[in-house]
Design a protein around this ligand. Structure first.
Ligand code: NAD
Length: 291
């Protein structure tokens, strides 16, 4: 078994981005600029946004944070988005999900200028991705592709089984693994909560990607010897630590690692890659804007 080390790769990618920014600044260009919109005070969302801001600082990006109360109305949030859509010298922005119940999330995502949608959630960008056109790929699937690429994990002709069909991970992942490229060219099975006899599919998988959010769901009896196992799941589970919780993946890591050829840990696998890919998308937006 070998570890797919997201911390190490993300560090390499951030260094590459930092060098690209330094080179651009040397040429007299401005720095890339990412903004984040945070609504309410959900602990996990705050942590995610703080990390994104910290990442920006590490690679030399400008960053800004728009904080809004939990009671924000649809109209107010749309106004903020309209401003960010046209703000000068801003390359991209993200609206941290989930949003409060009074907000129509679909309308918010559709209101984002696709050229600034560095999360890759806008239908235009999702459509472009599905059509193999150049666009912002959603950060988590993008991070997994980058991981497969940099570790040179064979994907062509392999059977990839994805568990979970969310718009941000499972579904785009299934499209990307099936595309005519590397990483890709896999035969893909997209499974979900209505899939019958799931272990039949996972037991016939060369690559298993879990994105469901159920701690320890994928057990050793569900994977074949030598499979590549990628764990997207992150669930906060209470413990006695100072923080009061730990992060747990969808894979029963200790037992599955005995059978896997390659496996991602949680934490330290897909999570850091997701963060790095948001920076990569922002750099792409910046390049488009400063051509
Ligand atoms: P989601 O929570 O929107 O949906 C879960 C999916 O899992 C659904 O499609 C559902 O059909 C499927 N599912 C649920 N129970 C199932 C079962 N018993 N068998 C088969 N399928 C089942 O999904 P999401 O937003 O992609 O999040 C999934 C997990 O990934 C969560 O733990 C989330 O925190 C994590 N996540 C991690 C990252 C990262 O960077 N590592 C990024 C995004 C999400």
């Amino acid at each position: 078994m070998q570890i797919l080390d997201g911390i190490k790769l993300a560090k390499e990618i951030k260094q590459e981005i930092k060098e690209a920014v330094e080179a651009a600044v040397k040429e007299g260009k401005r720095k890339p600029h990412l903004a984040a919109v945070l609504v309410g005070n959900d602990g996990a969302s705050q942590t995610y946004v703080n990390n994104k801001i910290k990442d920006c600082q590490q690679v030399g990006f400008e960053s800004s944070l728009v904080k809004l109360p939990n009671t924000v109305s649809q109209t107010e949030l749309l106004e903020v988005i309209q401003k960010l859509n046209t703000q000068e010298n801003l390359d991209g922005f993200i609206v941290q999900l989930p949003l409060p119940a009074q907000i129509d999330q679909e309308e918010i995502i559709e209101a984002i200028n696709p050229k600034r949608d560095v999360d890759g959630f806008h239908p235009t960008n999702f459509g472009k991705m599905a059509l193999d056109m150049s666009t912002f790929l959603p950060a988590t699937p993008f991070g997994i592709l980058e991981m497969l690429d940099r570790y040179n994990i064979p994907t062509r002709g392999k059977h990839a089984v994805i568990i979970g069909r969310s718009r941000i991970v499972g579904r785009p992942m299934s499209i990307l693994m099936g595309r005519k490229d590397f990483p890709g060219n896999s035969t893909v099975t997209l499974t979900h909560s209505n899939t019958e006899n799931l272990s039949y599919y996972t037991n016939h998988a060369d690559i298993v990607i879990t994105a469901l959010g159920v701690p320890g769901f994928l057990t050793a009896d569900m994977v074949k010897e030598g499979a590549v196992v990628i764990d997207v799941g992150i669930t906060r589970v209470d413990d006695d630590s100072e923080k009061g919780y730990k992060l747990v993946g969808d894979v029963d890591f200790e037992n599955v690692k005995q059978k896997a050829s390659w496996i991602t840990p949680v934490p330290g696998g897909v999570g850091p890659m997701t963060r790095a890919m948001l920076l990569k998308n922002t750099l792409l937006a910046y390049k488009n804007n400063t051509k």
